[in-house]
Design a protein around this ligand. Structure first.
Ligand SMILES: Nc1ncnc2c1ncn2[C@@H]1O[C@H](COP(=O)(O)OP(=O)(O)OP(=O)(O)O)[C@@H](O)[C@H]1O
Length: 296
């Protein structure tokens, strides 16, 4: 087995085009098992297309070239039959808007059960118990919730269900694309704390996509900074915060620090994040409170 096959994700020279127009250019990075990597960049920088390309989920009309290997298996140009066992079971996705991931006409318990049945072969009482456990794991332990339809849940509850569905087949890599952007600030903090905990508990690799440096620095250890479809800087979160090399990264750090200071001034300073923007002085995070309460 090659060295590459033991890696969870290796992206080499990935490009995404719409016709002749390049949207993502020469992206290369890897995620090791259990590693947490961030993709950060402004709107339109290519973050979502990069994440969608990993499991060949690009919208019609866009084409990917280069190489993406998931546990050694190439996904660029792969057949649907080859992709099926990878999607959900090796790499699963959580999107910004939970409603896009949920079937409005299906009870949420059934939606969580489906990947468990398909990928894990669970049936009957074992399946029912696994669904209950999956809901409890995302802090949705009220028994009525398994029988609820998505529209009967709050936004925070829906994103928790989407996370439970993504985790249902025990993926090795979770790709979370702006998973809390659509939620209000308190719920956002709770869902981030939940995601962070689950990733660590399960030893999953994480590719966390966001435009928000404060959030990315809290959730990941290593970050790629994207601008106009290209990686302009890559490095450990702390190094990037302390000494950004690229002007765009410096701008992101300055902006996040300004927000941090404003929040501190307003008495809303947060406690220690895993990296924090005031890394050289202290370990504050930029206003992302770490509270994790009950379901919202
Ligand atoms: N289906 C498509 N056809 C043509 N161009 C597209 C398509 N989808 C996205 N693009 C373009 O590709 C570029 C990258 O888009 P992408 O969605 O990856 O950006 P992003 O960094 O995720 O932005 P955001 O944070 O706003 O989601 C943008 O310029 C976008 O307009």
């Amino acid at each position: 087995m090659s060295a590459q096959a033991s890696e969870l994700l290796r992206v080499s020279d990935l490009t995404v085009h719409a016709g002749d127009t390049p949207l993502v250019a020469s992206m290369s990075f890897s995620v090791a098992p259990g590693e947490r990597v961030g993709l950060i960049g402004e709107s339109g920088s290519g973050k979502s297309l990069t994440s969608l390309a990993l499991t060949a989920l690009l919208p019609a009309g866009l084409t990917a070239a280069g190489s993406v290997r998931l546990t050694g298996v190439e996904t660029v140009g792969a057949s649907e039959a080859a992709l099926k066992p990878l999607r959900g079971a090796v790499a699963a996705m959580v999107f910004q808007e939970p409603l896009t991931a949920l079937d409005p006409l299906m009870r949420v318990g059934k939606q969580i059960a489906e990947p468990m049945r398909r990928h894990l072969g669970l049936r009957g009482a074992a399946l029912e118990a696994a669904v209950t456990a999956a809901l409890a794991e995302v802090s949705l332990s009220e028994s009525r919730l398994a029988r609820a339809f998505p529209h009967e849940l709050s936004g925070g509850q829906r994103q928790r269900v989407a996370i439970a569905i993504a985790l249902a087949a025990q993926p090795q890599l979770l790709v979370a694309d702006e998973p809390t952007t659509a939620l209000d600030v308190t719920v956002q903090a709770e869902v981030l704390a939940l995601l962070g905990r689950l990733v660590v508990e399960r030893g999953m690799g994480l590719l966390f996509v966001s435009h928000d440096l404060a959030v990315v620095s809290r959730m990941t250890d290593r970050v790629l900074v994207l601008q106009h479809g290209r990686t302009v800087e890559e490095g450990a979160v702390l190094d990037l915060l302390r000494a950004p090399q690229h002007p765009y990264t410096a701008q992101l750090v300055a902006h996040a620090r300004a927000l941090d200071t404003a929040l501190d001034g307003a008495g809303a300073g947060a406690d220690a994040g895993n990296a924090g923007l005031g890394a050289e002085a202290d370990s504050r995070s930029a206003g992302a409170p770490r509270a994790e309460g009950g379901a919202q």
